[in-house]
Design a protein around this ligand. Structure first.
Ligand code: SF4
Length: 338
């Protein structure tokens, strides 16, 4: 897929004090992307829900992050922070549908030095323990890396940290600018993968499986710690064969190299009633199974009940993936199944 080019950019007043704003505006000028001088709220106030969503997903807003108190990010890392919020992808099940329900646009935080200074404080406070940070919990920052360069700068920042490590995950293949960065094994890059059927049906405007696997192979060969998040895992006719094909495909891309540092994270499909409501408004023809009657209700960490597969099905999924991953990647580690 071609790299994402927004249809318009808005600039918040406070962003004008940061050099990254001007670097991005220069690229925007070369790409003929219009810079809108009106406020985003004014511009979008008369749009329907679907028009607003479509417009927002094509919009970048340059702003700053004032968030100094970081949220924890279990089980993936100690803390999470963001260089970007939102994402140009339109995955129907994306949990950002709920988290960013009123603001599905892509916001780029241009005060990157302040953000990294704050991270330094967290690392220093926990010395000599290693503190890990997740970069992709409220966005997919790789999707706009060609415009920001922020992930590469952050990888370099972490390469110099004795007591800090970075993790990020992506559904995009826009990683070439990271290949020659001196990462010093302090950054782990994971690729979110799924079957061709799931990607085509639900993960609109993201890179396809082959593109993600090609990118993963490059990252792996550039000696980054590399991992895979298989998520969300769906049950459908032929799911076992499709997921096995995906693992064989991955095995072939990595030239059959089984690396003990390769990791897998497994997340079964889930939804909340709030997300169901938003998904049905934004994707009225969705094929997602949102029937809570056939699901197990569980209390989630974000203050909502979530609906997951019933126990016997989730046990079958777990056993299936543990067996298959062991078969194709015997030295890998499965970090969790949830
Ligand atoms: S790529 Fe990730 S962050 Fe973007 S819409 Fe899809 S699931 Fe959400």
């Amino acid at each position: 897929m071609k790299k994402f080019i927004p249809s318009q950019i808005f600039v918040e007043k406070e962003a004008l004090n940061y050099s990254l704003t001007y670097e991005i505006l220069k690229k925007a000028e070369n790409l003929n992307i219009p810079i809108i001088e009106d406020s985003f709220n004014k511009k979008t106030k008369n749009l329907s829900e679907q028009e607003f969503f479509a417009y927002s997903k094509r919009t970048i807003i340059l702003g700053i992050s004032k968030n100094k108190k970081l949220d924890s990010c279990k089980p993936s890392a100690d803390f999470q922070f963001s260089l970007v919020s939102g994402c140009p992808g339109t995955c129907e099940y994306c949990y950002l549908q709920t988290k960013h329900a009123a603001s599905p646009h892509i916001k780029i935080f241009v005060n990157i030095n302040e953000i990294l200074d704050n991270i330094q404080g967290y690392i220093d406070e926990s010395k000599p323990n290693i503190t890990t940070f997740e970069l992709a919990s409220t966005s997919d920052p790789i999707s706009v890396e060609h415009l920001t360069g922020s992930v590469a700068r952050t990888v370099e920042f972490f390469s110099k940290q004795e007591f800090g490590k970075l993790r990020l995950v992506t559904k995009f293949s826009n990683i070439d600018s990271l290949l020659n960065v001196n990462h010093n094994k302090k950054t782990k890059i994971r690729f979110s993968i799924n079957t061709d059927y799931i990607i085509k049906t639900y993960e609109h405007n993201t890179d396809n499986l082959q593109e993600r696997l090609d990118a993963a192979a490059k990252i792996f060969k550039a000696d980054y710690d590399t991992g895979f998040i298989i998520a969300p895992i769906f049950i459908y006719d032929g799911w076992k064969k499709d997921y096995e094909d995906m693992l064989i495909n991955l095995y072939n891309k990595l030239d059959g190299f089984s690396n003990s540092n390769l990791t897998f994270e497994l997340i079964q499909y889930r939804f909340t009633l709030k997300s169901k409501d938003i998904i049905l408004k934004r994707f009225p023809k969705t094929k997602l199974d949102l029937n809570e009657e056939t699901r197990l209700k569980k209390w989630g960490p974000y203050g909502y009940y979530k609906y997951v597969y019933p126990k016997e099905i989730s046990s079958e999924i777990k056993q299936y993936f543990y067996d298959k991953i062991k078969q194709y990647f015997p030295n890998s580690t499965i970090e969790y199944f949830t």
